[in-house]
Design a protein around this ligand. Structure first.
Ligand SMILES: *[C@@H]1O[C@H](CO)[C@@H](O)[C@H](O)[C@H]1NC(C)=O
Ligand SMILES: *[C@@H]1O[C@H](CO)[C@@H](O)[C@H](O)[C@H]1NC(C)=O
Ligand SMILES: *[C@@H]1O[C@H](CO)[C@@H](O)[C@H](O)[C@H]1NC(C)=O
Ligand SMILES: *[C@@H]1O[C@H](CO)[C@@H](O)[C@H](O)[C@H]1NC(C)=O
Ligand SMILES: *[C@@H]1O[C@H](CO)[C@@H](O)[C@H](O)[C@H]1NC(C)=O
Ligand SMILES: CC(=O)N[C@H]1CO[C@H](CO)[C@@H](O)[C@@H]1O
Length: 831
């Protein structure tokens, strides 16, 4: 061996080992045992939060993810939205807020893990559950989500393509990326019995197909009690403490912890208290859970036509820890942040410790986690009304009803889910300081051109039957159904009293006869079929009958939801009445012609240019149907998020600088019998459901988020509205959303923080230390009170500052008449 070769070998060896070293150190090995997900062999306690990338903007992503990280979140979970990425078969869109790779890289840049729920059926209150409509319309397809070869081929094609894209960017943990888990299908277990034997074959196929994609990290299937190995079955729900996975080797994982609930048009505003959400999470970890995901951590906005339902609103706020605008939803955010810090501090114990449960009666139970060198305890009180003093290992602990106390050392209470030590922010909407709105908004208008449809009945295609809106129209919410009815006075239905009756499964129907508007009707949320019936005037000879059906999001959930009818399903009938006898003529199978969409919207719901001469400034109409309105405005000064107040309008769609901010429908008022005006007023105790704490009596949605990135500072911005029902734009205005008041709260010996999101505290209007009653906005001193002037102390400490922190210290405030009452320091400040 010569020296030269020897050196060459050494050098080669050096480079080779360097190469090996870089590839091996980058890769993370994700696996699991029956206790937890393991990362590089270590069991981990993982708290995850859902943020769906298309429900915000690329500009918002870094801030949302950073806030999630600061809130103690370890992983960001998202679905992948098939119909957004492949709107037309094999034509893909990953631009703007659909840039999935950029979203995952943003998560990676913040040092968080990612959970990729590919589905590609996603539910998610998303239009058609994420399925593209072309899939439904493919030749030879029967049902989606079952062992149907046409469907399975397409599903595999999309799933494999997403996996390939992600692999190419090395984003799976096995490649050094942030993705630790992936999901195939979604809550199929809830509906599978409706698909018969094919269902089991489909689940097995999903599992094999996913497994064959070799992603190097575990796959999960949520709500799938029979998930085949190696798929991990996981739980979704408001509570998952009682859940047991289907395999001893699968950890207890909660993939959807509903932080609140979604809102529907005509529905009320759902709220879930911070105390109850923290209770659900703490109970889950008390009873052996090690992976939990908040659905949603940031809900965001259903821009464009992405809302499903039917009837899901444009806002998808979800009462999540980060609100629709990206602001902290306090106290929920802060109260959970504290919980996360304590759970993380107990990671080793919760993932390795021996567990013992002790039932102490009257719904009190104690759980001890113990390793050779430490122990940690949970004291829970699941009684819905009775607070308890729990005598545990010689000490007394105050555990309120429906709460969990965590004692990381089994001695000191570090956290109780019902004792909130985080401030409550009351958000306010502020007028646009850049101009005097609404007076400064100069509107122009133009009618939607409808003569061709309502007078002439001109369509783009014809059929001798009524067609489903999914089949004809995937370009907008609107489909025109037009037919000509020839009548003579000898026709059996000819009479003084003739009516048009239409069976509908679309959400809204407008009817015209011979160019005259007959009326409209819409269904209520949860009711998919309704009958439209109105008196009409017909004439001898041809009569033009025109129906306009409008959808408000396609169904996204339920067994075989994909074939639920949408549109004028029929029959369409003319009813005549002679001598009190009704004669019915079914005109469903006449020749109908169809026209989809509106004149100036393209197939992606984008606005087309309209000649400026078509817009009129004179005689601005109000309460006029099918009307376009346009105005320009100056962007509100500053960086606070912007909301568009659409009070006064009926129903329609809004665009800012050509970008859709979604459907609007402020005339739809929330009617509900189970109302609580204020979240603080709603009792956190007892099992939560989506009817429990709701706000009613107002428009379901009056304000619409206009992302800052849609606006141009210092220049005029354009707002365009398509008003379908008729409304009055004179009250429309822009506002900014920010903290208006804050109410600090801290139990004895905890610290109270009040802050104004970067602005200064201008006044303190209430302060007390004792058993304070009421809630933020209406506090009152209790029977037990402070001795010293709390208001004075806090004013001195806080006014003029951005933030102040004060300990609820008996030594500072003093107290009288408290005999064992639970004391807290409370202050209400104005920003
Ligand atoms: C998806 O189908 C197309 C043909 O329509 C094919 O070219 C492509 O390779 C398929 N992609 C995957 C990932 O299977
Ligand atoms: C809750 O506590 C009350 C009062 O102590 C008691 O009457 C009730 O039975 C308890 N409920 C449960 C489910 O333990
Ligand atoms: C029309 O709708 C009504 C109400 O949903 C229903 O009772 C009736 O059966 C429907 N008619 C047909 C022919 O579907
Ligand atoms: C009120 O709440 C109950 C359940 O608590 C629910 O069954 C009912 O439908 C709700 N009423 C309305 C109008 O939503
Ligand atoms: C607060 O701290 C004081 C002094 O350490 C102690 O005497 C008191 O019991 C504590 N109160 C509570 C509710 O923990
Ligand atoms: C079974 C069930 O209700 N699943 C729901 C879980 O929450 C998501 C998001 O709210 C819904 O899409 C599912 O329908």
């Amino acid at each position: 061996m010569t020296c030269l070769t020897f050196t060459a070998i050494i050098i080669t060896f050096f480079w080779l080992s360097l190469l090996l070293l870089t590839t091996t150190t980058d890769a993370t090995k994700v696996s699991h045992d029956g206790r937890a997900i393991t990362i590089d062999g270590q069991r981990r306690l993982i708290i995850s939060g859902s943020i769906h990338y298309p429900r915000s903007t690329t500009k918002m992503w870094p801030d949302l993810i950073k806030k999630a990280k600061d809130g103690g979140i370890d992983a960001i979970e998202t679905y992948v939205f098939w119909n957004a990425h492949e709107p037309f078969r094999r034509q893909y869109d990953f631009s703007g807020n659909l840039d999935l790779i950029r979203f995952i890289k943003t998560i990676q840049d913040h040092g968080l893990y990612a959970v990729l729920r590919i589905g590609p059926y996603v539910c998610a209150e998303w239009n058609y559950g994420g399925f593209p409509l072309w899939l439904h319309n493919m030749q030879g397809i029967d049902f989606l989500r079952t062992a149907d070869t046409v469907y399975m081929n397409e599903m595999q094609n999309f799933t494999a393509m997403i996996v390939d894209m992600v692999k190419q960017e090395k984003l799976f943990a096995s490649q050094g990326g942030p993705i630790i888990l992936a999901q195939v299908e979604n809550e199929y277990g809830n509906v599978m019995t409706s698909y018969g034997d094919a269902a089991k074959a489909y689940v097995d196929w999903c599992s094999r197909m996913a497994d064959s994609l070799n992603i190097g990290v575990p796959w999960i299937m949520c709500q799938q009690g029979d998930a085949p190995q190696p798929m991990i079955d996981t739980c979704n729900g408001f509570y998952c403490d009682q859940f047991t996975p289907n395999n001893a080797n699968s950890p207890k994982m909660w993939t959807e912890n509903w932080t609140g609930w979604y809102k529907t048009w005509g529905g009320s505003d759902p709220m879930r208290t911070a105390e109850d959400l923290a209770y659900a999470a703490a109970r889950f970890f008390q009873l052996g859970g090690t992976f939990q995901n908040y659905y949603m951590y940031h809900g965001g906005t259903n821009f464009g036509r992405t809302a499903g339902g039917p009837y899901i609103t444009t806002t998808y706020d979800y009462d999540a820890p980060l609100n629709e605008y990206g602001n902290l939803n306090q106290p929920k955010y802060g109260h959970l942040k504290e919980l996360h810090a304590i759970l993380h501090s107990m990671e080793k114990l919760l993932t390795h410790g021996d567990v013992s449960h002790q039932d102490m009666g009257n719904s009190i139970s104690v759980t001890v986690y113990k390793t050779s060198d430490e122990s940690g305890c949970f004291l829970s009180n699941t009684n819905t009304t009775a607070d308890a003093m729990v005598n545990f290992q010689g000490a007394l602990y105050d555990v309120p009803a429906w709460s969990v106390s965590i004692l990381p050392d089994c001695k000191n209470e570090a956290y109780n889910t019902a004792k909130v030590n985080t401030e409550t922010w009351v958000m306010e909407k502020k007028a646009n300081e850049a101009e005097h709105e609404p007076a400064d908004l100069k509107w122009v208008w133009r009618p939607e051109i409808i003569d061709d449809t309502v007078i002439r009945g001109d369509g783009e295609k014809t059929a001798s039957k009524l067609m489903d809106q999914k089949v004809v129209n995937d370009v907008s919410d609107y489909l025109w159904y037009m037919t000509s009815l020839n009548l003579d006075e000898n026709d059996p239905i000819w009479s003084e009293d003739m009516r048009l009756r239409v069976n509908c499964t679309g959400q809204v129907l407008h009817a015209y006869v011979n160019g005259e508007y007959v009326g409209k009707q819409h269904a209520k949320f949860g009711i998919y079929n309704y009958v439209f019936e109105k008196k009409i005037q017909l004439k001898p000879g041809p009569n033009q009958i025109t129906l306009l059906s409008a959808t408000v999001g396609f169904q996204h959930y339920g067994a075989k939801f994909d074939v639920v009818a949408n549109g004028v399903s029929g029959p369409v009938e003319i009813i005549g009445k002679k001598d009190n006898i009704r004669v019915i003529k079914d005109i469903s199978s006449q020749k109908w012609s169809y026209k989809a969409g509106l004149t100036s919207i393209d197939r992606n719901n984008k606005l087309l240019e309209v000649d400026s001469s078509e817009w009129k400034a004179q005689e601005l109409p109000t309460q006029r149907k099918m009307t376009w309105y346009k105005t320009t405005f100056k962007a509100p000064i500053g960086r606070d998020p912007v909301a568009l107040d659409l009070e006064g309008l009926g129903k329609g769609h809004a665009w800012v600088n050509g970008m859709s901010i979604g459907r609007y429908w402020p005339s739809n008022i929330a009617k509900d019998s189970n109302c609580t005006d204020n979240k603080a007023a709603c009792d956190y105790r007892g099992t939560y459901d989506n009817y429990k704490c709701v706000k009613c009596g107002k428009p379901s949605q009056r304000w619409y988020h206009v992302p800052r990135s849609f606006l141009v500072d210092g220049e005029m911005n354009e707002l365009v509205l398509f008003e379908e029902f008729g409304g009055n734009p004179s009250m429309v205005n822009l506002q900014t959303v920010r903290v208006g008041r804050t109410c600090g709260s801290a139990y004895e010996n905890k610290t109270m923080e009040i802050s104004c999101q970067g602005r200064t505290i201008t006044d303190v209007v209430f302060a007390s230390f004792g058993d304070v009653r009421g809630r933020c906005g209406s506090f009152a001193k209790g029977a037990c009170q402070e001795k010293n002037d709390a208001l004075h102390i806090i004013k001195k400490e806080c006014v003029g500052k951005e933030k102040c922190v004060i300990r609820a210290d008996e030594g500072v405030f003093g107290s009288k008449d408290c005999q064992g009452l639970r004391k807290r320091l409370v202050a209400e400040a104005v920003c």
